[in-house]
Structures are given as structure tokens and as C-alpha cells.
Design a protein around this ligand. Structure first.
Ligand code: KMH
Ligand code: ZN
Length: 278
């Protein structure tokens, strides 16, 4: 609890997951998939208050890709427009090989996601073999890339803490609780409280609510002193049955909510300090 109370004073870092691997333009036409669309969307999100962009890329046909060249192109386009922190996905799309998932780390982004355990995902299985998790973590450590440890259930959090104790992951560690996937922990308030209570080391944390959980999980997280992720990767709706107009619209709502609750939004520089980047 001590750390949670301290963190209430910390400014709010907003991450936007602008594209994802599974969301399609058919589901929401506002989804950015070309490099130009992604760069423009990242810029709009940054203007709206986001300091981190969680990035997946697509190939020319709009399919999810872990192409290093494509990541490079999109990152360069984003960086020409704004100084937002880039967090690349090493989760990729379901079924992607671990080699492909690891390959964009060569670009040495400031951050990357690290999925810490396997989970049923819709009607598929998202494989994260413990050996692969450790290999990804070791690569990030060697390249000085800050992992965001993606936690979809309690056992995963415990495994993350074990890897910190083992020295595979460094402190201060940055965890993300993903609540509301079909087979993971749901987005009920008691679950987020229990996850945050279970953190034991030097850490920061973010929460992402999937689908209808996006807004309530964000609201609870603002009050609990965590940081918030929103975006079309996790949720295509603004409200029940109404599609979000853009990622920036979702970011702006979190900024307004946090300001209303008198918790200021972190700039990119402030986010770097909070996360001990560089
Ligand atoms: N596309 C999901 C299977 C991540 O970016 O690290 C995994 C995912 C998590 O999106
Ligand atoms: Zn992702």
C-alpha cells in the first residue's frame, strides 16, 4: 500500500495502443494501418496527452507484421512529428514466431512489451514459453530497452516477480495489467485492487481494460495511482454501440477525466523520469 499512496502524487502517463494486431478497419474504419496513418494518429494522440505509443505495424496488405523495415519506417515517421516514447510490441499477432516477434528489438526502441505467460486469446492460444520470455527479457536487458511486463492473470505477475528476483528483469520494473480479455482476469474493480496489492518490488504499473472495461479500468487506475493505456487495439468503442472516432478521442477523454480528478498528465519528459528511462 505504501507505494500506491506515494504514486497518487505521480503524474499520469497515458499510453495509446493505436493499431494492434487483431483489430481491423472493418471493425472500426478509424484504425490507422498505413505508416502515414499511424504517424498522424501518434501525433494526434501526443497532442491529446499521450506520452507513450504502443506500436504494432501492418504490411502493405494491412496484415499484422513484425517486419523490422516496417517498424523502422513507422517509427521514423512518428519521430519526425513528435517526441513521444515508442514502445514496440514483441507480442505481435497470434501465431507469429518468437524470432519474428523479437526482431524489431534491433531498432533499440525505448520500450517494448514483454508478454510473461501464455493465455487463451479469443478462440486461439497466445504462446509465451517461459524460455522465450526469458530470451526476450535478456535481449531487452542487453539492448537497454525497458520492458513493459504484460500480465493477464495472477500467476503471470508472480512469474514476473520471480524473474526480477532471478535478475532476468531489472528494477524498477514496469508492469501492465491487462484486464478483460476473454480468458484472462476480468476488469472488475476488486481484481485491479488485488493485482496492485500483489506488487512487491520497486515498480511502476499501468492498466489496460479491454472492450467495455477500458473506461472503468482507466478511471479506477487514475484514482489508484497507476498509469493508463487506452486505444483501438484494446477497444473500438466510445460508448455502448458507438464507435470511437479516433485514438486521440480516447486519449483526450482520459486526460479530461484525470484533470477533473486533479491528477495532472505527464509530459514525455516527465514520463521518462517516472519510468527511469535513460
Ligand atoms: N496481439 C496479441 C496477441 C503485445 O503487444 O505485446 C498480443 C499483444 C500484446 O498485442
Ligand atoms: Zn499490443
Amino acid at each position: 500500500m505504501r507505494q500506491m499512496r506515494q504514486n497518487i502524487m505521480e503524474k499520469l502517463i497515458i499510453t495509446c495502443a493505436i493499431t494492434g494486431a487483431e483489430t481491423t478497419k472493418e471493425q472500426n474504419p478509424a484504425l490507422p494501418i498505413t505508416p502515414d496513418e499511424q504517424a498522424e494518429e501518434a501525433y494526434e494522440c501526443w497532442k491529446a496527452g499521450a506520452s507513450i505509443i504502443h506500436l504494432h505495424v501492418r504490411d502493405a496488405a494491412g496484415k499484422p507484421s513484425q517486419s523490422v523495415e516496417r517498424f523502422k519506417e513507422v517509427i521514423e515517421k512518428i519521430q519526425k512529428k513528435c517526441p513521444v516514447i515508442i514502445q514496440i510490441s514483441t507480442g505481435g499477432a497470434i501465431g507469429e514466431t518468437i524470432t519474428a516477434r523479437m526482431s524489431p528489438l534491433a531498432l533499440k526502441p525505448e520500450m517494448a512489451s514483454l508478454n510473461i505467460g501464455s493465455i487463451n486469446f479469443g478462440s486461439d492460444v497466445f504462446y509465451n514459453h517461459p524460455q522465450d520470455v526469458e530470451a526476450l527479457a535478456a535481449k531487452m536487458k542487453a539492448l537497454e530497452i525497458k520492458p513493459e511486463i504484460e500480465v493477464y492473470d495472477f500467476g503471470m505477475l508472480e512469474f514476473g516477480i520471480k524473474l526480477i528476483k532471478k535478475g532476468v528483469l531489472s528494477t524498477p520494473a514496469h508492469f501492465q495489467f491487462v484486464l478483460g480479455t476473454t480468458h484472462g482476469i476480468s476488469g472488475e474493480p476488486k481484481n485491479l485492487c488485488a493485482l496492485a496489492e500483489a506488487l512487491t518490488t520497486d515498480y511502476t504499473w499501468t492498466a489496460a481494460g479491454i472492450g467495455r472495461y477500458q473506461l472503468p479500468v482507466a478511471a479506477q487506475t487514475i484514482l489508484m495511482g497507476g498509469h493508463v493505456r487506452v486505444g483501438l487495439e484494446d477497444n473500438i468503442y466510445w460508448s455502448k454501440g458507438v464507435l470511437a472516432e479516433s485514438n486521440a478521442q480516447l486519449v483526450e477523454r482520459i486526460k479530461n477525466l484525470s484533470n477533473l480528478l486533479q491528477r495532472p498528465i505527464a509530459t514525455v519528459e516527465e514520463a521518462k523520469n517516472i519510468l527511469c528511462l535513460k
